[in-house]
Each structure stands twice: as C-alpha cells, then as structure tokens.
Ligand binder design. Structure first.
Ligand SMILES: Nc1ncnc2c1ncn2[C@@H]1O[C@H](COP(=O)(O)OP(=O)(O)OP(=O)(O)O)[C@@H](O)[C@H]1O
Ligand SMILES: [Mg+2]
Length: 641
C-alpha cells in the first residue's frame, strides 16, 4: 500500500504544481471581473463555517444516518467530502446548508450559532440534480436568479453586468442564449447544464457554496474544468464545500481539506495530504491498489467495518480530523475563535442576515419577476398551448354542431299571462345540458393543461424556496401569468360555440363565464399536480375535471339533489355555478315573455344572481390554488424535516 500512497503523494504535488501555474485554466481571465464583481456585491465574503456534534436521526429508520460530526471550515478553503455511497455525505451538507435540521448539535457562522433559516440565507446550496426550468435560456435563468437574490440592492444595469461576468467566468458565453432544455428536448450539454446549475447559486454572490456531487454525469475534462473553477472561487475567499464521488487524481489534488465519512460516521477531517497518513495509520488495506488516491481512500474506509470502528477513536488518527481543542464552549451559543489563531470574522450574524435580506428583491418584485418568467415560459410552450386551443376549439365546434339544428332555440317555457294558454310543451333541460356540455369541454381542454403548467414548477419551487425565493410570490406570479393563456383558450372555445349554437347569451358574458371556468379547472390542475405523480397527473386531472363538470345540476337536476338534501355537496363544484350563470343569462332576455321563475325552480337554479355565480367561480378557483399551495409548502417542509 505504501508505494501506491507514495505515487499518489507525488501525483498530488505534481498536480499542485501544474495547477498553481494556472496556465491550463481557461477560466482564469474571465473569472477576474467576476471576482471583482463578487467583491463588490459580497462584502461579507469570507466567513467561517463550523459544526459541532451535528447528527441526524431518522425516526422512520430508527437509526442515525449521520452520527455526531464536528469541524471548522475557513473562508478560502476548498473542502471535499468523500465516502462510500449511503455514508451520509448529502445529509451532512444539507445540514450545513440549512436544508435539513440536525437532531443534535449546532452549525456556527462566524462562531455564532446559526439556525437553519440563517444558514439558508447565507449558504448557497447546489443540489445534485440539475433542477432548472427547460424553457428559459441560460442567460434568462441566471439573470432571474440574480434579480431575485440580489435585486434588492442592485439596479438592473449592475445586475446585467454582474450576470455577464458570471457567464464569462463559467465559460457559458457560447450558449448564453440557448434554451436550457431537458432530456426530451433540445438541450445544452451536461457539463454546461451543471455550470448553469452552479451559476444559479453564484448569482446570489454567496460567501459559502455547498455542492452535492457537482461533477456527476460529466466526462473527465468537464469535471476537471468545473472543479478548477470552484477552486478558483475558493481562492477568492469563498468557502466551497463539495461532495465528490471518486474524483480523478487531478481533481483530488485541487482539494485543500478533506472530510471522510463512513456509514454515517465522520472518520477524518484534515488536509488532503494528511488523509494519506490517516489511511496509512488506519491499517486497513484496500482491496486493490490504485494509482488514484481517492479510489484508495474510499476503498480503505469502506473496509473500516472489517477493522472495527474503534481504530478511529485513536487520538492520533483523530487529531487532524476534529479540532476539539478549538471549542471554547461546547454548550454555549458563542465560540471565541479557534486555537489555530484564525480570528473570528467581523461580520456579526444579525448584520449578515440583514444584508442578506436587503439584497433580496421585495415580495411584490419577486411576484412581478415570477409573472414575467411565467409569460416567457408559456410563449415557448407553443405546442402545448396549440393543443389546448385546438381541444377547446374542437369541443366548441362539436357542441355547436350538435346544437345547430335548434337554430338557437334552446329554451321553451310557459308563456306569461295572458298568453299562458297558448304555451306548448316546455323544454328546460336543453339549456341546463348546454352548461354541462360546456363544462365537460373546458374540463377536457384545461385539466391536463393546468397540470402541465404547474407540474414542472413543483421541483423548481422547492429549490427556489430553499434558496430564499418567496413561494407565495412565485405562486401568485405564476397564476397571473397563466391568465392570458386561459383567455386565449376561452376565446377560441366561446367563439366556435357561439358561432354554431347562436344562444341568447351575450358573447362577452359567455367569454367571462368560460374564462372563470378555465380559471377553476387550471386551479384543479394545480391541486392534482401537487398531489399526484407527474406521469399520472394529466389523465387524473382530466378525469376529475370531467366528474366535477358532470355535477353541474343538469342530471340529476339540482332541484332533485335538493330534495335529497345533498345540495351542499353540489355547490362545492364549479360546474353548478357555471351552469346557473349560463342558464340565467340565456333566459333573462326572455323574462318578459316566459315564466322564467318556474323554469329556474324546475331545474333548481336561482334566478338573477349571475354576479354571485361568477364570484363563486372566482372563489372556488382561488381555493383550489390555496389548497395546492398548502400541499406544496407542506410537502416541501416534510422533505426538509
Ligand atoms: N429522508 C430520508 N429518509 C430516510 N432515510 C434517508 C433519508 N435521507 C437519507 N436517508 C438514508 O441515509 C443514508 C445516507 O444518505 P445520504 O444521501 O446522505 O448518503 P450519500 O453519502 O449522499 O450517498 P450517495 O453517495 O449514494 O449519494 C442512506 O442510507 C439513505 O438511505
Ligand atoms: Mg448523496
């Protein structure tokens, strides 16, 4: 094993020399303005992050997934976290980033205990999965993040400039106007996507960057370039912590410090070169000898269980790993700096928090930005909009055709006195059926569309919320941005229906009725998108909206439902209110000729309350959105607990 470690040591120094020359770093030049920009925007750059005895106990598993871990990470360090799969790496960095609350212990920023809320504001977290909206360009996505995260203190010109620097630093100029795309559509490369993912967090000009496997899925060259970039950022004073899985030796050589985890236990924290001695002293032979030091280390700590964990409690092994002497007070809330003489940063926590909050765009600006982004997204989802419009138009056309033979004569009532004796057979049901058919048609068109519009935002909302975006502003902006789309769809449906059916209702009124019903069904789509698996959601949304639409008070009649004492159930559904408004507006022009009161009573509707009907549609659609918002927030909180 000695020769392997020796060759690894040589390779580290060789690589150090190579990278220190910085000749091979294509980003160096473009990074310089970015760093200047960071210094301007991140005047709080350079704080220390410490953690003391943090553990995570999962009650569902009835075991710890992270045993008490402690350490200090100083500004300007590039720290790698390594360990076998399932050893708790992601769990540890999520605690450091405030995404998961520890069961015990505390995380300190500048030697002050920091809650998960503080950490979330101050630590930028790049998740392993690239959760990015596919319909935006690279520049739009990064600019949006910058506007939200630091738009409170910088004007748009400065932000644009900052994003230019950032894009240049990340080597993304050639694709800055390309759509990000996803696995199903045209897309930028995996490496570029990863760099966009990191840029979304760097857009906040953070002081600490925590990344979960930033090189996963990248080829060797792309992985090295991403890690080199992170190293350069750390050299500018940022704390950079990243989980890294089997790095090649050049990447390993970039790390300043290494934290090793095995089976949820911290087994080492110290300089990358000291990890060599640690593995040697551990006395656990790797299964095979590799020229890659990272492979050798992972292999060795994977065998720790065979050697017995007690070997790790030896003070020699632990000395470099956990600076226990640095903790002045283990139980107190303040620490007085560590024994290595690193002074505590001048930035007090309240001041840092205040600055982080000031930097963020105000709530209404976030809602405005989310609305603009939603409009851009929809303008690029042409095929989905076309499908929705076509469905609305075809269903409007078919219903219109089926009514064509009535030539607009959809109602036959009893004449008012003195013409009552001239009355022929009455027909109230046809008009009630029109309401139900319209509801079914809109349900077909809007149910799946509502799901699609919100389903892909579900993960993004979660990520952005955790990064400090306001979820309610996001939700409101998204809802407002969907109104033009609903209006276009409602207009197509109403036009075809009106043209062929020629009902008595005024076109403007019909359009508003349809628009509000679209609003309800889109809201229903939001609820389904929040509750059901993405692949099942469109079909489920259509099914539920068809059921809701069928319960419109036509069959069974609302009057019959009332006799069953079940009207309170029916009025929860939007179909009843739409149909009542439709019924009213069609017969009100005839009220001087027919006994409309008896007609309405026979079906079960109430006359002359169209504004109440429309208000109820608005309320129901809004309630659906509130429900979906609560579900999303609840599930997001559950994921974090
Ligand atoms: N929310 C959770 N509920 C239950 N178990 C969990 C949860 N999150 C993680 N675990 C378990 O905790 C352990 C550590 O998970 P973690 O994701 O931190 O590992 P990891 O080191 O990042 O693994 P990998 O390298 O495969 O990403 C695993 O056994 C995992 O199954
Ligand atoms: Mg992981």
């Amino acid at each position: 094993m000695g020769s392997v470690l020796g060759s690894w040591r040589d390779s580290i120094s060789a690589n150090r020399g190579c990278h220190d020359s910085r000749q091979d770093v294509s980003y160096t030049d473009s990074l310089r303005p970015h760093v200047l920009s960071l210094n301007n925007t991140a005047s709080d750059a350079g704080f220390n992050l410490s953690f003391e005895d943090i553990s995570v106990y999962k009650t569902s598993l009835k075991r710890h997934i992270l045993f008490p871990a402690s350490g200090t990470i100083h500004s300007g360090s590039f720290v790698g976290i390594m360990g076998p799969s399932g050893s708790g790496k992601t769990t540890l960095i999520k605690v450091l980033a405030g995404k998961v609350r520890p069961s015990s212990g505390a995380v300190y920023v500048n030697n002050q205990v920091s809650s998960h809320i503080v950490l979330r504001s101050l630590v930028a977290y790049v998740p392993q999965d690239d959760i990015i909206l596919p319909d935006l360009t690279v520049r739009e996505a990064i600019l949006y993040s910058a506007r939200i995260r630091i738009g409170g203190t910088f004007n748009d010109r400065n932000l644009q400039q900052y994003v230019d620097y950032l894009i240049a630093s990340m080597g993304l100029q050639s694709v800055e106007n390309h759509l990000i795309g996803d696995a199903t559509g045209r897309s930028i490369s995996g490496g570029e996507r990863k760099r966009v993912n990191i840029s979304l967090e760097l857009a906040a000009a953070p002081s600490t960057l925590v990344l979960d496997e930033p090189t996963s899925g990248l080829d060797a060259k792309a992985a090295l370039s991403v890690m080199t970039l992170l190293k350069r950022l750390s050299e500018q004073g940022l704390v950079v912590v990243c989980v890294i899985h089997q790095p090649r030796s050049e990447i390993f050589a970039l790390l300043d410090r290494l934290l090793l985890l095995s089976d949820g236990k911290q087994v080492f924290l110290g300089s990358a070169s000291a990890s060599l001695n640690f593995v040697t002293r551990l006395g656990v032979a790797p299964c095979y000898k590799s020229s890659n030091p990272a492979d050798t280390i992972i292999d060795a700590i994977s065998n720790i269980h065979q050697a017995g964990f007690s070997a790790l409690t030896d003070s020699d092994n632990y000395q470099d790993s956990i600076p226990t002497g640095s903790w002045v007070s283990k139980s107190g809330t303040e620490r007085n700096g560590d024994s290595e003489g690193r002074s505590s940063n001048s930035g007090g926590l309240p001041a840092l928090m205040q600055r982080a909050q000031q930097r963020r765009a105000s709530w209404h600006k976030q809602a405005y930005l989310a609305c603009l982004r939603g409009l851009v997204q929809q303008s690029r989802q042409v095929s989905s909009l076309a499908l929705e419009i076509t469905t609305g138009a075809i269903t409007g056309l078919l219903i219109g055709l089926s009514n064509f033979e009535y030539k607009g004569h959809l109602f036959q009532g009893v004449f008012l006195p003195p013409l009552r004796s001239l009355s022929s057979a009455t027909s109230y049901r046809l008009l009630a059926e029109q309401g139900m058919l319209c509801c079914l048609a809109i349900g077909c068109a809007a149910g799946p569309a509502g799901v699609i519009l919100f389903a892909e935002d579900r993960l993004v909302l979660n990520r952005e919320w955790q990064s400090g975006h306001s979820p309610s502003a996001f939700f409101l902006g998204k809802t407002i941005s969907s109104i033009p789309r609903m209006a276009v769809s409602a207009l197509h449906f109403a036009s075809f229906y009106m043209l062929l059916t020629t009902p008595m209702i005024d076109f403007g009124q019909l359009f508003i009725n349809c628009l509000l019903y679209f609003y309800c069904i889109y809201g229903l789509g939001c609820v389904v998108a929040a509750l059901v698996r993405r692949q099942d959601a469109p079909v489920m949304a259509m099914l539920i909206s068809l059921v809701f639409s069928a319960l419109s008070g036509c069959a069974p009649r609302l009057a019959t439902v009332n006799e069953w004492k079940l009207k309170w159930i029916w009025i929860i559904f939007p179909g009843v209110w739409f149909s009542e408004a439709n019924f009213n507006e069609n017969i009100s022009p005839l009220s001087s000729l027919y006994d409309t009161k008896t007609a309405a009573e026979t079906v079960g509707y109430t006359l002359n309350r169209t504004s109440t009907d429309l208000a109820m549609l608005l309320v129901i659609g809004t309630v659906y959105r509130i429900i979906s918002y609560i579900v999303l927030v609840f599930s997001s909180r559950k994921n974090q607990s």
